[in-house]
Design a protein around this ligand. Structure first.
Ligand SMILES: Cc1cc2nc3c(=O)[nH]c(=O)nc-3n(C[C@H](O)[C@H](O)[C@H](O)COP(=O)(O)OP(=O)(O)OC[C@H]3O[C@@H](n4cnc5c(N)ncnc54)[C@H](O)[C@@H]3O)c2cc1C
Length: 575
């Protein structure tokens, strides 16, 4: 299959908050740079940023401080955060949010005196979540997409990156290979600098919150290119995913603000149970609330739909409809009345805390490669606070944009040559399933099996025995995936695209299970029933990995760098 070759200065993979802000800041710093954004979805429509209901955490009030936001973030992450990244997050969030209003036209909800309204989210020592009703992501992404369209920035939509390209040494990234999904043809984009911002998104679990186009592509591409990743055992399960039997949107969220505002959780026996697990009850952090629900379900106290129930009705229908109109409308679509009755929910895979090991200017272990947003790791440690996710994407999108512009002040805009034969090798790899004879494996079934395996064995509650057995199952599915036969045409080929998704999910499953086995304790989002306690004697480390010669992750750990705050200070912090 032939391919087209395009050249650009900056290639940005992903068009969520991280990708868009990076493009805007890089362009505004130097409008002569040729910037190309590639998105798997339609322009401005895909990704998790658009799905953000709750909002983003920002210090704006004199009674709040960056110090408090930092301590909340480190406490939430159970001290294994990269403190440089966490500090940059909280300090740069303040100018970022102001510039989102003044430069890009986003408009957040106001208090009667005209100041920006901030609401409570779990794990905060001050109510600091900025929002636009409960549809914050739509405001942010709609406005920033308009800004992209006003500038001379090229956007390729419904186009997916399938792998990064590197030079002969493997140390420099030279662009990426794309599959234009509309036409079913490959496009090589040669770039002097590449930003990966495809937004993590743990869809390798059966019950998950991110949108359907997400398949952990960025994380898998980074791994295959030899980038160093970190903390991949840390997967966040959001406690309140809607149970919608038989629907592809099952697992979509009822946001944290509901619990912040006072919603209660009930088990299948009709009893509130959170007091048994945490004194903060429903306002405990996500990891605690998810695990508590899962343990109630495991103990046979699930509701008839299989999960637990959330009750917002006790706050009054008028209050719920006024403050959570988006969520009330979503529930109505599926026959639930959030304002007047309890609604069935379950923990749902939500966010990847791990990812590429970056510095605060988004550099990675490879030259000419930058990563921002959910594809990066370290900011949140073992657990992300609600409102710190989209905040990370906005702050680090801005950091990446500035950093990319700076890169061109001292580096050549001509990338080194891509390793000879690499493009052909990759094209062959990705088209191989078309030529297979023999039986056609059901790629959708293999994906389902992988998701169930991860959900049951490497999910909210894990243990060594289950994870060893998951490794066997993942290896089996890897072998089965090599038999998948793809039929049909090249354009909009669902089977072909699902096959590529599946291979990415398998690579990421390898990384998660290996990292989770290596952490022999429980910490934050990583809960092991065979090591149920957090153990600071052995657990204050970060897990790093790269792809080994045997095709599996090679792991090593390093002690946490308590650069600004000691473990003791983090432990003693009271929300
Ligand atoms: C339902 C939901 C609600 C949330 N609510 C909140 C909240 O209230 N507060 C908060 O702080 N966080 C929230 N989060 C988390 C937050 O949305 C994400 O962490 C954040 O938006 C990620 O931003 P991003 O720019 O890294 O990626 P995204 O916004 O996910 O964008 C990724 C982009 O990459 C594209 N892409 C994917 N694969 C490829 C590929 N192979 N090639 C090219 N493009 C590709 C996608 O199409 C998309 O354009 C929520 C998440 C979900 C799922």
């Amino acid at each position: 299959m032939s391919h087209e070759t395009l050249k650009t200065d900056i290639l940005i993979l992903g068009m969520g908050a991280a990708g868009q802000l990076a493009a805007l800041y890089a362009y505004d710093a130097n409008p002569d740079l040729k910037i190309t954004i590639v998105t798997k979805a339609l322009k401005g429509k895909g990704g998790c940023s658009r799905m953000v209901q709750g909002g983003l955490n920002v210090v704006l009030n004199d009674s709040d401080s960056h110090e408090k936001h930092l301590m909340d973030t480190l406490k939430g992450g159970q001290y294994v955060n990269d403190q440089d990244l966490a500090r940059t997050l909280v300090e740069e969030a303040t100018p970022t949010i102001k510039e989102m209003e003044t430069r890009f036209g986003c408009f957040f909800d106001r208090n009667p005196d005209g100041t920006i309204h901030q609401k409570p989210f779990a794990g905060q020592s001050f109510d600091r979540t900025v929002h636009k009703g409960d549809l914050t992501g739509i405001e942010m992404i709609s406005r920033t997409t308009e800004q992209i369209m006003k500038r001379d920035i090229q956007v390729l939509e419904e186009c997916r990156a399938v792998d990064l390209l590197t030079d002969d040494s493997g140390d420099e990234v030279t662009g990426a290979l794309m599959l234009d999904m509309k036409q079913g043809r490959f496009v090589v984009i040669e770039a002097a600098a590449t930003l990966v911002a495809t937004g993590g998104g743990p869809t390798q679990y059966s019950f998950h919150a991110p949108g359907p186009e997400k398949s952990v592509d960025g994380l898998a591409m980074l791994y295959r290119a030899g980038v160093r990743l970190r903390d991949m055992e840390m997967i966040q399960f959001h406690p309140t995913g809607l149970i919608i039997p038989g629907s592809v949107v099952a697992g979509s969220l009822l946001e944290e603000g509901l619990r912040g505002a006072g919603a209660h959780l009930y088990n299948g026996e009709g009893k509130r149970y959170m007091h048994k697990y945490d004194p903060a009850e429903e306002r405990a952090t996500r990891d605690v609330v998810s695990r508590s629900a899962f343990l109630e379900m495991l103990a046979g106290r699930a509701c008839v739909e299989g999960g637990i129930q959330i009750d917002a009705a006790h706050m009054g229908a008028e209050f719920v409809l006024k403050n959570f109109p988006g969520m009330a409308a979503r529930c109505r679509q599926f026959g639930y009345d959030l304002a007047r009755e309890r609604v069935p929910i379950s923990p749902t895979a939500h966010f990847v805390m791990g990812g590429a090991d970056i510095d605060k200017n988004c550099h990675t272990s490879l030259r000419r490669l930058f990563v921002a947003g959910e594809d990066s790791g370290g900011v949140h440690g073992g657990n992300r606070l609600g409102g710190n996710g989209i905040c990370e994407s906005a702050v680090y999108g801005r950091q990446a944009g500035k950093s990319l512009a700076r890169f061109f002040r001292t580096n050549s805009s001509t990338p080194p040559e891509t390793a000879p034969g690499l493009v052909d090798e990759l094209k062959k790899k990705f088209t191989e399933p078309f030529g297979r004879s023999g039986s056609t494996e059901d790629v959708f079934q293999l994906r389902r099996q992988l998701q169930e395996c991860n959900w049951k064995k490497v999910g909210v509650v894990r243990n060594g025995q289950d994870m060893e057995s998951a490794i066997g199952e993942i290896n089996f599915l890897k072998e089965e995936s090599k038999k998948v036969k793809v039929t049909g045409g090249d354009n909009y080929n669902m089977v072909w695209n699902t096959y590529i998704d599946l291979t990415n999910m398998i690579d990421v499953s390898d990384m998660v299970v290996a990292s989770a086995l290596a952490r022999k304790e429980s910490r934050a989002a990583h809960y092991r029933s065979d090591f149920p306690d957090q153990n600071d004697e052995i657990g204050l480390f970060n897990t790093y990995l790269t792809l080994g010669d045997n095709g599996l992750p090679t792991l090593h750990s390093e002690p946490v760098d308590f650069k600004y705050k000691s473990a003791e200070e983090c432990r003693n912090h009271k929300k």
